[in-house]
Ligand binder design. Structure first.
Ligand code: DWN
Length: 438
């Protein structure tokens, strides 16, 4: 099965789904090509609003194994994101009775017998968040479906010949997070006394990627301690709508969340959202804190629900207006790049992001309008962007090519990218929320 068509809302199962945006048929954003001759399968991108619970969701679900088994995206490439993860590890610690960094972590004493894993990160990618938790003295464990992030071989090497330092290894098991796998992780023999429930379970930028949310949260319920906290973080739909972030709509992101439908989903699965916060990361994200009804619901939850009501985010008209703005940004970007190409000037792109690849495909950007895309992720270099067939190269390419314009396809990291391009004497193109040349 390459993909299935959604007929009922993922959260409330209602059939009352209203399509409010169609972005055509495009390749999978992270399915990078080994050569420009390679074919890319294309799938439709349509967004529907559930008229009963207000969840926005794609009309199709592409097979997760096709998208996530070998994943080129590495969270740790961005210092901005690493700093965000450090803040998260430090601010959550006071909420839990996590002891200070145990003496044996620093003295590298034989840690197998003393290990006490206290945080589990679901879809941990390259361990970016877990490394910050480790630094703060937590015991850590990660699960992620991508084979390329598995670390059990390094763990075995540490256990066998001790050649790998304790702090070098973030234990990561290759699996999708399901209720069945949650039970397996609890009994995992990775650590002798691993069989405890988690004080803290985190899920950064994964909830939107999950088709069966009941099974996912069922696993959280199994693995979470009685007074444990589940912290999920993901882009917040009002920012997408307000700031024309239509490039963050692609096949990996099945759902686009408001708080109201999530409160219903968590309640249906024995969990209660008791606190919410907002962060600027990834264009504007929310961080929700949930438990097995172990904590009082804080005022921040009520405030966010009032905000969503005031912004009319439960009415279809809000989304129809958004579709008109999307068309304008697409046309502006196409005209901007075509005019620069016609003038004989050279454009390079920075950040072979899933959003950037999607943006180029939605906007009908031609291969010759962008000379190459620079990306600091080794797994992406030497590949080609699906749909537009633009080569992805390392940052040496900037010096070799001396571009007049650099378009920041990872606009969400514009400060970090522009700081790295301090030597650039030309212009930057920022495509979102409006096409601007600075
Ligand atoms: O939800 C998701 C988000 C969190 O990450 C995933 N579905 C996939 C991915 O989306 P994305 O690829 O749009 O994320 P980013 O983090 O906006 O991508 C940034 C790209 O830019 C990466 O390919 C890395 C690259 N980059 C770089 O080359 N040098 C980024 C920085 C900061 C840099 O200094």
């Amino acid at each position: 099965m390459e993909y299935k068509i959604l007929t009922n809302c993922r959260i409330c199962k209602s059939p009352n789904l209203h399509k409010y945006l169609s972005l055509g048929e495009v390749p999978l954003a992270n399915s990078l090509l080994n050569s420009p001759e390679q074919e890319s399968k294309k799938y439709p991108i349509e967004v529907m609003l559930c008229l009963d619970c207000s969840l926005s969701q794609l009309s199709i679900v592409v097979d997760q194994k096709v998208m996530f088994s070998d994943y080129p995206y590495h969270s740790s490439v961005s210092q901005t994101f690493k700093d965000h993860c450090r803040e998260m590890a430090r601010t959550i610690k006071p909420m839990l009775n996590i002891p200070d960094r145990p003496y044996w972590m620093d003295n590298n004493i034989d840690w197998e017998s003393k290990w006490f894993p206290t945080v589990l990160d679901i879809a941990c990618n390259d361990g970016c968040l877990l490394r910050e938790f480790l630094e703060e003295g937590y015991g850590v464990l990660g699960v992620d479906p991508a084979e390329n992030f598995n670390s059990t071989d390094m763990l075995k090497k540490k256990l066998e010949d001790g050649t790998v330092e304790y702090t070098d290894v973030i234990p990561i098991h290759t699996m999708y997070w399901t209720k069945k796998n949650a039970e397996e992780v609890l009994t995992s023999m990775t650590r002798p006394n691993f069989g405890e429930r988690r004080s803290l379970i985190t899920a950064q930028n994964v909830l939107a990627h999950v088709d069966d949310l009941e099974d996912f949260l069922g696993g959280v319920h199994v693995a979470l301690e009685g007074n444990g906290i589940f912290v999920a973080e993901f882009p917040y739909l009002p920012n997408l709508i307000e700031n024309n972030q239509f490039d963050t709509i692609y096949h990996e992101h099945l759902s686009y969340f408001l708080l109201k439908p999530l409160i219903r989903l968590f309640k249906d699965n024995g969990l209660q959202i008791f606190k919410v916060e907002q962060y600027p990361i990834h264009g504007g994200s929310i961080r929700i804190y949930a438990s097995k009804y172990a904590y009082d619901v804080q005022e921040s939850v009520r405030q966010m629900l009032d905000f969503e009501e005031a912004k009319e985010l439960y009415s279809i008209e809000t989304y129809t207006r958004f579709g008109d703005r999307v068309l304008r940004v697409m046309n502006d970007l196409k005209m901007c790049l075509e005019n620069i190409y016609e003038s004989g000037k050279k454009v390079m792109a920075y950040g072979a992001s899933a959003k950037g690849i999607s943006l180029m495909n939605y906007s009908g950007i031609k291969r010759e309008w962008i000379h190459a895309v620079v990306d600091d992720t080794q797994d992406k270099q030497g590949k080609f962007t699906p749909g537009t067939l633009i080569p992805i190269i390392n940052s040496n390419g900037f010096k070799d090519e001396a571009a007049h314009f650099i378009i920041l396809l990872a606009w969400n990291f514009r400060q970090e990218l522009m700081a790295k391009c301090w030597w650039h004497s030309g212009y930057f193109i920022i495509p979102i929320p409006e096409v601007s040349v600075i």
